[in-house]
Structure formats: structure tokens, C-alpha cells
Write a protein of this length. Structure first.
Length: 567
């Protein structure tokens, strides 16, 4: 293909009547003043979308516009262009075409970039226009650090040899960045962040150490290496989080921050002695993403309306329940960010503090110095709060103090580990909380799970198995056979899993007068019966079925998250 001509973006957009002469004049003045790109200014001002700019350039140059969201890429083809150049030139080698290659560029009029890419790939180039935001996300995903991590693991293994390394001394060393252990950890963190992993697991086994990532709730193998390096990694991570490096026989918890590509990541670390060395698990919490709003969490509209009406009341208790990793804390912080205002005093008591929210008072529990939940709660009540968040109600004492607070004019938010909403008041009674307290304080119980969403890029229709249709029919009857169901084939966008991202599945039980009365009844089955009839059609299972029937997730995934609840 011939080298592209140099064209002016402003003239193209005016020529295709996407922006006016006046808007172009404003943009040019802004560009002169700040040096910013014209396209960025047009998009931020809402004159045009990124898609419209890409399509306009494609039309002008008579080359295709390709939507990367639905394009399946091959890693070996993409890597014909090294990552540094791909980022610098905003370009991606997309496929092989005869003796040449198809290259997607955010700005195909950049002649210098065109010449450099041609020089690097040493082939004829056919150009296509791609959306810049999608391009950058694709570069993050395609240039995974797998090979680099394996290489660095071998380098570290060779360096360790059979001699012991004094990591205490290494911690004082100024040229630390050069140490293979630091490079290896940096690569692991970068790879984890690129593919949106929530946890990193480093697990020593008899013949190897395995590093696994949890992505969308499922564990995936990242790499396996010589078991010799496990101790080096554990020690380095302990140094970073200020843990006791001489103590290898007891579990330890800590936290530290890492900065990756201008993104601040808060890392919670837990070490556990196992048969073959210390197992390390790290939870990654991005500080730059912010707290999602309740509208983005996936609540059914009617349920969200009812939920808002309850947590905006001046007093009472709202409980969010579900297993570890089901998004309880995120939901509660989304509630707090809505309630957070100048005229409201909010105190949180957590172990550990997961999100940082400006304007509220967050307290970290520390059992080592006897700063327990119950002790902090007593003091917190003397701090004149309007709203309190308690990370978890672990014992009778904490639960009773929290419920007294809810009865005496405070809004209390907390979490509990139960399977569903109905069993929550019964669990509180089991903990030894008096029935009258439960009846008077609890306003609502929200139970939740996270379900994986089908990847939009490789979503395709399929026919459910007879057993799946039977399961669906239990909830939606004959309607189950009329719906269209989807699953993901697996592509480069979702690392071959067929899923990308997760959404919440919810059920909510409001503590109505009949339910409050049933809590005081001697037989818990009486309460369960009334609660079931009140919640008919509002269960976790019903919400999961609705997501599958509307093509958001697969039937198997809906069954996986909701069968643990009611069976």
C-alpha cells in the first residue's frame, strides 16, 4: 500500500460536517495554548465521539475502520511490533495479508510512525483505523509478561544457586531495581494489573513454585518455576510490607503500595506456612479506579429504589451478606459514597481498611494492641457519628453494640457471612443476640454474589442442555424455552475464557412488621416460611436466571453462583 498522505484532522471533520468552523477555531486556539491534540479536545467537549473521528479519517483516506472489540488477534502476529513502539506509535499489527501485514493505527496520518513501523516489521503495510481507547486496552492485554516472568524466574534461580541470599542486606541495597527478584515481582504485578487480576497466589509445592492469578473470581496459572525461588519471593514481599522476615512458622498479614504505569495499587498481603515453604496471597486494590456508583453494580431497578429508601433513613441496620470475595465491601462503600456529605459524620471500623474515601473517619482494627471491633465501636459511639460502617460482625459483643447503636439513632452498615438473606437473622440469634434487638434494629438484609459476564467480543448463541432448561423452568416456567441463550467461544479479549468482567446478583429481604414479629417466635422455621412467601420472585436464583435469559451470562454460570444458595 502507498504511504498515506498527510491530512489535517480539523479540515476532515469540518469537511464531513462533524464539527463547525467555529468549533475548529476554538480547538486550534486551545491547541496553541496547551499543545493538546485536537481530537482529544473535540471528544472532551462532546463535539464528536472517538468512533466518529476514526470513521471520518478512514473515509478520507479510503481505508477500513476496524472495531477492535470484535476482532480476534493472534499474539505471535501482534508481537511483530515490540510493545514500546506499539505504545509510542499507537499501532497494532493485526493480521498477515499475503506478503504484508494489516496494521491498525489510531492516527494513520502519522508519517513518521508509518515509516518506523515499516522499518521494524520489514513487510508491506496495509493500514486500518482503530479507536485509540480500545487500542490501548488491547495493547495492555496482548503484551502479556508471561515469557518475561519465566525468564526472570530462571535468572533468579541461577543467581540463587545453592547459596543463601541475605535479603536483609538486599533491603538496604540502593541498586535494588537490578536484583532479579525485584524485576520478577514487578513483572508479575504489571501482568496482573494488565489482565485485571484481583489476587496473586505464590504457592510453593514439592517440585515447583506456582504463581496463579484470580481473574473474575477464577484462578488461572501464570507460571511455574523452580521451588528454590519461593523463599526469595516471600522474603522480598515481607520486606516490602514491613513483616517479620525472621518469622516463617506463623501466618502474617500486612499491606504495601506499588505504583505501576501511573496507577497506585494498594496490596494486601497474607503469608501462611505450608509444608514446602510460605504461601503468599496478595489482594490488589486499585486506588485510581475509584468506588463504583450503585447504579453500575447491576441492581434490578426496583430493588435499588427500595434499597436507597432504606439506607437513607436516619437509623437502623443494613446487613450485606455473602461469601468472601462476593463484593460486599464494594457495595457498602458505594452506599457510603452516596451518603457522604458535609453535614454527615461517618465512621468506619474495618480489618483491614479496603478503600480510602475522603471526608470519612476510617479506623483499622489491630488485635495485637487489643484494638478490637468492640473496643473501637464503644469509642466510635462517643464520637457523635450519624452513620457507622462495621467491616464484619464477628462476635456477640460486636453485634450487640452495633444493634444498640442502630436502635438509638444511628444508621449502621455491616457484613455477615451467611448463604442468603433469610438465614441472616437466624445467624444473629445463633450468635446470642436477643431476638427483640434483631427485630428492632435490622431494616434490611442484602445477599449478593458476583457472576461472570459473557465476553461481548466472542459471544455466540447456544442451546442449553436439557438439565439446564429444567433448572431454568423452575424459575420462569415455559418462558425458558423461548429465550435466546449465549456463551463465549473464547478470544484474545477474554484470554480464551469466554467471560469478561463480573456483575452483581442480589436478593433483598426487608424487615417488615410480620417478619419482625416472626423473629421473636421460638421456632426458626416459622420465620423462614414467612420470609420465603414475602420474597417470592425476588431471590438470588431468580436474578441469576434473569441475567442468563437476557444474554448477560451463561446458564452454567447462573447455576454455579445460585445453587450454593438454596439447595
Amino acid at each position: 500500500m502507498a504511504r498515506p498522505e498527510k491530512v489535517r484532522l480539523g479540515e476532515i471533520l469540518v469537511g464531513q460536517k462533524l464539527v463547525s468552523e467555529e468549533q475548529l477555531k476554538l480547538a486550534l486556539e486551545e491547541q496553541k495554548r496547551t499543545g493538546r491534540k485536537l481530537g482529544r479536545f473535540f471528544v472532551e467537549q462532546g463535539y464528536v465521539t472517538e468512533e466518529q473521528i476514526s470513521e471520518a479519517i478512514a473515509k478520507q483516506l479510503n481505508i477500513p475502520f476496524i472495531n477492535l472489540k470484535f476482532y480476534n488477534l493472534k499474539p505471535e502476529i501482534v508481537r511483530l511490533l515490540p510493545e514500546t513502539q506499539a505504545r509510542r506509535f499507537r499501532a497494532l499489527v493485526m493480521e498477515q495479508k499475503g506478503t504484508g501485514v494489516l496494521v491498525g493505527m489510531a492516527d494513520p496520518t502519522d508519517l513518521f510512525a508509518y515509516d518506523e513501523i515499516a522499518r521494524i516489521v520489514k513487510r508491506d503495510i496495509n493500514l486500518a483505523v482503530v479507536n485509540e481507547t480500545l487500542l490501548l486496552a488491547t495493547i495492555d492485554r496482548m503484551y502479556r509478561r508471561t515469557d518475561e516472568i519465566s525468564g526472570l524466574a530462571h535468572e533468579l534461580e541461577a543467581e540463587l544457586g545453592d547459596t543463601a541470599v541475605d535479603f536483609g542486606a538486599l533491603g538496604q541495597n540502593q541498586s535494588l531495581e537490578d536484583a532479579p527478584v525485584v524485576k520478577l515481582l514487578q513483572s508479575v504485578f504489571e501482568d496482573a494489573v494488565q489482565i485485571r487480576a484481583s489476587d496473586i497466589h505464590i504457592e510453593p509445592q514439592e517440585t515447583r513454585v506456582q504463581i496463579r492469578f484470580r481473574i473474575d473470581g477464577m484462578l488461572h496459572m501464570q507460571t511455574e518455576a523452580d521451588p528454590k525461588i519461593a523463599g526469595a519471593l516471600a522474603l522480598r514481599l515481607k520486606l516490602m510490607s514491613g513483616l517479620d522476615i525472621s518469622e516463617k512458622r506463623l501466618p502474617q498479614d500486612g499491606r504495601f503500595n506499588v505504583k505501576l504505569k501511573n496507577q497506585a495499587i494498594d496490596v494486601r498481603i497474607s503469608t501462611m506456612p505450608t509444608q514446602y515453604g510460605e504461601s503468599v496471597v496478595m489482594r490488589l486494590l486499585s486506588q485510581s479506579g475509584g468506588i463504583p456508583s450503585l447504579d453500575r453494580l447491576g441492581f434490578p431497578a426496583e430493588m435499588l429504589k427500595r434499597f436507597r429508601a432504606i439506607f437513607t433513613q436516619p437509623q437502623g441496620m443494613v446487613l450485606v451478606t455473602g461469601p468472601t470475595g462476593s463484593g460486599k465491601t464494594t457495595t457498602l462503600y458505594s452506599v457510603l459514597s452516596e451518603l457522604n456529605s458535609v453535614d454527615t459524620k461517618i465512621i468506619t471500623v474495618e480489618d483491614p481498611v479496603e478503600y480510602r474515601l475522603p471526608g470519612i473517619n476510617q479506623v483499622q482494627v489491630n488485635e495485637k494492641i487489643e484494638l478490637s471491633f468492640s473496643r473501637v465501636l464503644r469509642s466510635a459511639l462517643r464520637q457523635d457519628p450519624d452513620i457507622m460502617l462495621i467491616g464484619e460482625m464477628r462476635d456477640q459483643e460486636t453485634a450487640q453494640i452495633a444493634m444498640r447503636a442502630a436502635i438509638t439513632g444511628h444508621m449502621v452498615l455491616s457484613t455477615l457471612h451467611t448463604n442468603d438473606a433469610i438465614s441472616t437473622p437466624i445467624r444473629l440469634l445463633d450468635m446470642g443476640v436477643p431476638a427483640y434487638m434483631v427485630a428492632m434494629s435490622v431494616r434490611a438484609v442484602l445477599a449478593q454474589r458476583l457472576v461472570r459476564m459473557v465476553c461481548e467480543s466472542c459471544s455466540t448463541g447456544y442451546t442449553p442442555l436439557p438439565s439446564e432448561l429444567t433448572w431454568l423452568a423452575l424459575e420462569i416456567g415455559e418462558e425458558a424455552k423461548k429465550r435466546q441463550y449465549v456463551h463465549g467461544r473464547g478470544c484474545t479479549h477474554c484470554n480464551g475464557t469466554g467471560f469478561q468482567g463480573r456483575v452483581g446478583v442480589y436478593e433483598m429481604m426487608e424487615m417488615t412488621a410480620p417478619l419482625a414479629e416472626a423473629v421473636n417466635h421460638q421456632d426458626p422455621n416459622h420465620f423462614i416460611k414467612i420470609a420465603r412467601s414475602q420474597m417470592a420472585g425476588w431471590s438470588l436464583r431468580r436474578h441469576a436466571v434473569a441475567l442468563a435469559a437476557n444474554g448477560k451470562t451463561t446458564v452454567a454460570e447462573a447455576m454455579r453462583v445460585s445453587n450454593t444458595v438454596e439447595d
